[in-house]
Design a protein around this ligand. Structure first.
Ligand SMILES: [Zn+2]
Length: 420
């Protein structure tokens, strides 16, 4: 593993950050943290997390989608179950907090209650999902979709990794029964809510000098592939005023995209990929293909911003005498966090002497899938520089402990509120 990004002393192995350091050693990468779904590193991480859960008195099981579940019984056998979780998988060359923090912060909260001899009336299940990042297979959120009962099993099981191993075979080799994915689904009437603590992955909390944030919604996202068709020609002989330059046109479209993101509050618009043909240094580009990723806090806002941008693009391509087409790709609806749970998190934070900020999540999370099952709530923890998906990902032990304080307080408040 790389040394601590901040150069500080190693964390106490028993502390939350110490456990996250230990978990980061479960990797399939040489010298880097890479933990993909259903790999030996995933198995090692499950073994470690399962051990900690069992030490804390939780009953553990692995569901058919390889989600590790740790259950703490409540005092009322008729009460429903509160779900707390996040994911164990990572992107290649990842940081150690994205995902793992949410699971271990939930566990730390349950340990605190145990140390104070507090028994909750309702059961709590900790969920350690295995496939949030969607790196190994072409599908994503397999574990959380299975829990939510929204998994298209046939579609997911047929997807395969770069080596041609299907998800079905990978699950079987992992000791899971792919034909029992349906059993992983919770009954909506038996679940109270799903809470996901997570690093922010953006700079908003750091800029506001606040350790914690309450998430309002996971943003809606749409992706498109845009093809611009002009006419290839000789860079030296075709006069500037009679060209149909696909690349120059695409450049203006990309500038307009950035403008749309800046003009619409709550919208991000990004072109991250571009290719030009024929790609000669002395040839006017005849065709260009580029990507668009557009996100917004609601589906309606996303669709309005898209429509306005596409209208602007029409004018740009018409002016250049070129044509373009827009092919829709991945699309996800916004997942709003339950208003009453946002208020509960804020009250719990205030009771801990903390000011919080409400903010949307620009990144996707397991909570997105769980929203189909029950109310969702997300607590963000400040991360340094807003950096994630990067070994430089960094949070402070103090902020992590504050998140645990708030979760503990939330659990106590729920019990006092009579939530069953
Ligand atoms: Zn994550």
């Amino acid at each position: 593993m790389r040394s601590e990004a901040d150069g500080s002393m190693p964390h106490d192995p028993a502390s939350l950050l110490g456990r996250l350091d230990t978990l980061a050693r479960c990797t399939d990468g040489a010298g880097v943290l890479t933990r993909l779904y259903l790999t030996p590193a995933h198995e090692a991480a499950i073994r470690l997390a399962r051990g900690w859960m069992q030490q804390a008195g939780l009953a553990t099981r692995l569901d058919a989608a390889a989600t590790l579940v740790g259950r703490l019984e409540g005092s009322d056998p008729d009460a429903r179950t509160l779900l707390i979780g996040s994911h164990l998988d990572t992107v290649p060359d990842a940081g150690r907090y994205d995902g793992a923090l949410g699971i271990l912060a939930g566990l730390a909260a349950l340990e605190r209650l145990r140390d104070r001899d507090i028994r909750l009336p309702f059961a709590v299940e900790l969920l350690a999902f295995g496939d949030e990042e969607g790196v190994r297979f072409a599908r994503t959120l397999t574990g959380s979709r299975a829990c939510a009962g929204t998994l298209d099993a046939a579609l997911h099981l047929a997807s395969h990794d770069a080596e041609g191993i299907t998800l079905r075979d990978a699950l079987s080799a992992f000791g899971c029964d792919p034909d029992r994915l349906g059993d992983a689904a919770y009954r909506p009437d038996r679940v109270i809510a799903y809470l996901e603590p997570h690093i922010e992955q953006g700079p908003v909390l750091e800029q506001a000098a606040l350790p914690l944030g309450v998430v309002t919604a996971i943003n809606a996202a749409s992706r498109f592939i845009v093809t611009v068709c002009g006419e290839a020609g000789h860079a030296g002989t075709v006069p500037m005023d009679s060209r149909r330059d696909a690349l120059a046109t695409a450049a203006e479209m990309i500038v307009a995209t950035r403008g749309a993101g800046l003009a619409w509050p709550g919208v991000t618009a990004t072109v991250g990929q571009i290719r030009a043909w024929p790609g000669g240094v002395n040839v006017i580009a005849g065709e260009v293909e580029f990507s668009l990723d557009l996100r917004a806090s609601t589906d309606a806002l996303r669709d309005k911003a898209c429509a306005a941008l596409f209208h602007e693009w029409d004018a740009i391509t018409a002016e250049h005498g070129v044509t373009h087409s827009i092919a829709p790709g991945f699309s996800a609806s916004a997942a709003p966090c339950a208003e009453d749970w946002q208020a509960r998190l804020e009250r719990a934070a205030i009771a801990c002497g903390l000011e919080t900020k409400r903010l949307p999540s620009g990144a996707g999370h397991d909570a997105m899938a769980m929203a189909a099952l029950c109310p969702i709530a997300m607590l963000f923890v400040r991360c340094r520089g807003g950096i994630s998906h990067n070994p430089a990902e960094s949070i402070t032990g103090q902020d992590a402990e504050l998140a645990v304080d708030v979760i503990v307080r939330l659990l106590e408040d729920l019990a006092a509120e009579g939530i069953r």
